[in-house]
Design a protein around this ligand. Structure first.
Ligand SMILES: [Zn+2]
Ligand SMILES: [Zn+2]
Ligand SMILES: [Zn+2]
Ligand SMILES: [Zn+2]
Length: 196
């Protein structure tokens, strides 16, 4: 089943990984990952007609998969159509195991995709960049150039590096950067935010 990317709308989704009950798709446009649950109970469905007996004349019939124990237990099969085809007892333990396995897999995938998709955000990339040796070296050069002095108040020692522009982010020349003290830096961004 092919979907469009929920993030960028591109139709270029490629199966990245398969799990017993889910497929993971990765968008070739923006790397966003999504998952879908498979439509059948498992990869190798083998349904039989199985019976649950409540007492000697009350029973219900369901299709249950011999491979995985999965079943659609919402509506029983019509006994007039299926009572001749009963192949065994409904295995409630296998059914519960199948449900638990699917749920566990879906929780695990949800967590890992949340992490993978967060690593793909600009916020994460920016945060990672600020931890990089490349940025630390650049920071030192700017502080040295500006004599460790805040370039706005020219009195307090500079602790922060401010981006005068963001268009060269991750590859910024030193002219795009300015050493500031914490107070001036916070103040500057507050003014920018309020547009005053
Ligand atoms: Zn996309
Ligand atoms: Zn199955
Ligand atoms: Zn200052
Ligand atoms: Zn700044």
């Amino acid at each position: 089943m092919v979907y469009n990317c929920k993030k960028c709308g591109s139709g270029r989704l490629k199966i990245d990984q398969t799990y017993p009950y889910h497929d993971i798709y990765e968008c070739q446009g923006c790397n966003h990952s999504t998952h879908t649950r498979i439509e059948d109970c498992c990869r190798k469905p083998f349904p039989i007609t199985a019976i649950i007996r409540y007492d000697h004349d009350r029973y219900a019939l369901y299709h249950q998969c011999l491979t995985c124990g999965g079943a659609e237990k919402t509506k029983p099969l019509k006994s007039k159509d299926y009572s001749e085809r009963i192949r065994g007892n409904f295995n409630q333990d296998r059914f519960e195991e199948w449900k638990a396995e699917k749920r566990e897999e879906s929780n695990m995938i949800y967590e890992s995709l949340r992490h993978a998709n967060y690593k793909n955000t600009n916020a994460y990339k920016y945060h990672a960049y600020l931890q990089s040796d490349e940025w630390k070296a650049k920071r030192t050069l700017v502080l040295t150039r500006d004599n460790n002095l805040c370039q706005l108040c020219k009195t307090k020692p500079a602790l922060d590096i401010h981006h005068l522009r963001y268009d060269n982010l991750y590859n910024e020349p030193l002219e795009d950067l300015q050493a500031l003290c914490r107070a001036c830096h916070v103040n500057l961004h507050r003014k920018e935010f309020l547009k005053i």
